[in-house]
Write a protein that binds this ligand. Structure first.
Ligand code: HGY
Ligand code: MN
Ligand code: MN
Length: 413
């Protein structure tokens, strides 16, 4: 029996149902933020499933969780597949989780089909891909790829001031796993990630498989504006240093400046904080985030310069600063892996198309370490980062069948 034929659609779907309960929201989505109790529960469940199948598991100093199915040549570099189990605050049941479950299902399918591979095959759940609680996102995979420093990430704080190191210690206490000592990172021969598209193209073009060729570049910023708290009733406009008024001037100018003709640039202000947050005190401080993306790094650089100009010209009379938090250049995936994905989809008689990814993924960091690629499946109306995110059991299984085929080829290279 082939690995692809050993993929069990019902088992894969049931695992999604089981995991959607961890941080499940009333609207049918999930709130399973990085290093939360819900994240720890998801880790424990994956470890329990792995132990039940006789796979080994271990974690690393940033909390990435690895499941390993041994190869006939254990010293050969493994091939790996995975994604993330953390979600947005109002996230969907499939973003990230599907990639982890498809990777685990692949290990099970190889086992069920009695297929031996030369290389070990591993599944991974990367820590904090979403970057909504702790910034930056795709943190675990970036530390693994030595793009971010471990100690710097451990010192990061969430919006309530919780230090990542403490949240991680709590999570690993609640979800213990053997710890691979030292700096995260080890040699990987190839990496393939499966994910829902998080956009409408596959559905619109009636294709089942997205052969992902690239990921667009992404940059994140924090804008901080310092005003002066004052009485809302007695302070004349001319005497005010209103941090929120300055924030709105800056934001309005940024929205205008980033409205490009061909609607390719992605500019998002996702979080705004105003303090002290009292109705009758002029805001003394305002902070907001910027997420900006584009396939061309030079275009991102030119817009970045524009953002700086706007902050300087619109903030007066409040001092303001814009700090870049992340700068991930565009990723071009390995042509060999892209070819394996396309051939496997075609062999399995699944409609497919080459396409870039608008969303960021852990694969963008792992692609700096080894040949990497991604496989997309459709999600309903392309909706994601939303509790109504939805995908079909048959599409999820189809993407997993392509994954098993590709992993088997890579693991026997
Ligand atoms: O933001 C992203 O692109 C990813 O979904 N976290
Ligand atoms: Mn994701
Ligand atoms: Mn996401």
């Amino acid at each position: 029996m082939s690995g692809a034929n050993a993929v069990k659609e019902d088992r894969l779907w049931q695992r999604h149902v089981d995991r959607a309960k961890l941080g499940g929201t009333p609207k049918g989505g999930v709130n399973r933020q990085a290093l939360s109790a819900e994240d720890a529960a998801a880790r424990n469940l994956l470890a329990a499933w792995a132990r039940a199948r006789g796979f080994s598991i271990f974690t690393d100093a940033i909390g990435n969780l690895f499941v390993r199915r041994e190869g006939t040549h254990p010293h050969e570099q493994p091939v790996m597949s995975g994604s993330h189990m953390d979600s947005q605050p109002t996230g969907g049941r499939f973003d990230g989780m599907y990639g982890v479950l498809a990777a685990f299902e692949s290990l099970e399918a190889l086992e069920d089909a009695g297929i031996k591979t030369k290389r070990p095959v591993m599944a991974v759940a990367w820590t904090n891909e979403e970057g909504s609680r702790f910034q930056p996102g795709a943190m675990g995979s970036a530390v693994f790829a030595r793009r971010y420093e471990l100690d710097e990430m451990l010192a990061q704080k969430d919006w309530k001031g919780v230090v990542l190191k403490d949240a991680l210690a709590e999570t690993l206490k609640a979800a213990p796993a053997p710890m691979r000592a030292g700096q995260p990172g080890f040699a990987v021969d190839a990496y393939v990630e499966v994910h829902i598209e998080q956009g409408p193209r596959l559905e619109n073009e009636k294709k089942t498989i997205g052969v992902v060729t690239a990921i667009q570049g992404s940059r994140r910023y924090i804008v901080t504006i310092d005003g002066e708290e004052a009485h809302a009733g007695t302070t004349p406009r001319a005497a005010r240093k209103d941090a929120y008024a300055a924030a709105t001037r800056i934001a309005a100018a940024m929205y205008e400046a980033t409205t490009d003709q061909d609607d390719t640039l992605r500019f998002t202000i996702g979080r705004v904080e105003v303090s002290p947050g009292s109705p009758n005190t002029v805001p003394g401080k305002s902070v907001f985030t910027i997420d900006m993306r584009h396939p061309d790094n030079d275009v991102l650089a030119s817009y970045e310069a524009r953002l700086h100009e706007i902050v300087q010209s619109k903030a007066a009379p409040c001092p303001a600063a814009i700090e870049r938090v992340t700068n991930v250049p565009p990723t071009n995936f390995d042509t060999g892996v892209i070819g394996l994905v396309r051939d496997a989809a075609t062999r399995l008689k699944l409609t497919n198309m080459d396409m870039p990814s608008g969303a960021g993924h852990d694969a963008m960091h792992i692609a700096t370490l080894c040949p990497a690629g991604m496989i997309f499946v459709p999600c309903e109306r392309g909706i994601s980062h939303n509790e109504i995110e939805n995908a079909s059991p048959s599409d999820l299984a189809a993407g997993t069948r392509v994954l098993v085929e590709v992993l088997e080829k890579l693991a026997n290279k």
